[in-house]
Design a protein around this ligand. Structure first.
Ligand code: DGL
Length: 261
């Protein structure tokens, strides 16, 4: 029960989910792997993303995790089901919480990487539950590099957001931010779509679902000690530490290189 919860993402973005987990489960030990050697996943083929996801999961399994959380939408789109079948521990992702949050809406924009949009996962799952939903999928490939270059508040971010999103103005009630990075562009996305559009992010609900699952399976850590947070990156650990600050609410003291990659 004191075993850690493992998370992996293509890079730093999944740290937003780790932040929510740390808030909601303050006694759980957490291990995060950022696959920075292979980021971005968003323009890779499904087979490549699946292989990266399997490698990341085996690294975390070697750390004896009790639950795997995949905060990366692209990895979830291509690998969640396979990992749920392959692994002996529970595996959850961000798709289900995202779907639960958009369910009451009828005109829904899905903003995501090209690979997530092309997987069609969100589109088909939304229609399964609400066949009348009007869905507007938009891949926004320039958002991730803009954020990673620190341009989230630069006027060029607004220009890019307007180019992708203004065609949807007055057409949608909600937009699902189906990419780990997009919450950092919330203000520009909101300005491009209009103030009345609900921007939906699954990080908090994903953390809640993890808590419920652990409680139900009697896997919550009964020890009320300060938890350990371990960070691994498959590329330059120091760069991960620096950029990670953008996404993680707490200090990142040390990042190690993931030796498996
Ligand atoms: N983590 C990815 C996602 O949520 C975004 C970054 C990437 O393209 O790898 O889809």
């Amino acid at each position: 029960m004191h075993r850690p919860i493992g998370l992996f993402d293509s890079g730093f973005g999944g740290l937003t989910v780790m932040t929510e987990l740390a808030k909601l489960l303050p006694y759980e030990n957490l291990i995060y792997l950022g696959d920075t050697a292979h980021v971005p996943y968003g323009n890779k083929s499904p087979a490549t993303v699946l292989q990266y996801a399997i490698d990341n999961a085996s690294f975390l399994m070697s750390k004896n995790i009790k639950l795997l959380i995949i905060p990366c939408h692209t990895a979830c789109s291509h690998a969640l089901k396979t990992l749920q079948e392959l692994l002996s521990i529970p595996v959850i992702g961000v798709i289900q919480p995202g779907l639960a949050l958009v369910q009451p809406k009828n005109r829904i924009a899905i903003l995501a990487t090209t690979s997530t949009i092309e997987s069609g996962v969100y589109q088909s799952e939304i229609l399964k539950h609400n066949p009348k939903a009007q869905i507007f999928p938009v891949s926004c490939p320039l958002f991730v590099p803009l954020i990673e270059e620190g341009f989230s508040n630069h006027p060029c971010a607004q220009l890019v957001a307007n180019t992708y999103l203004q065609p949807l103005k007055n057409k949608v009630d909600a937009a699902l931010l189906a990419c780990t990075h997009y919450p950092l562009l919330r203000p520009v996305i909101q300005a491009a779509l209009g103030a009345e559009v609900d921007l939906i992010e699954p990080a908090e609900l994903c953390a809640q679902q993890a808590k419920e699952l652990l409680a139900k399976s009697q896997l919550l850590n009964p020890q009320k000690n300060r938890p350990t947070y371990e960070f691994y990156a498959s590329d330059d650990p120091e760069k991960f530490r620096q950029y990670g600050k953008l996404f993680f609410g707490l200090e990142i003291e040390k990042v190690e290189k993931n030796k498996n990659s």
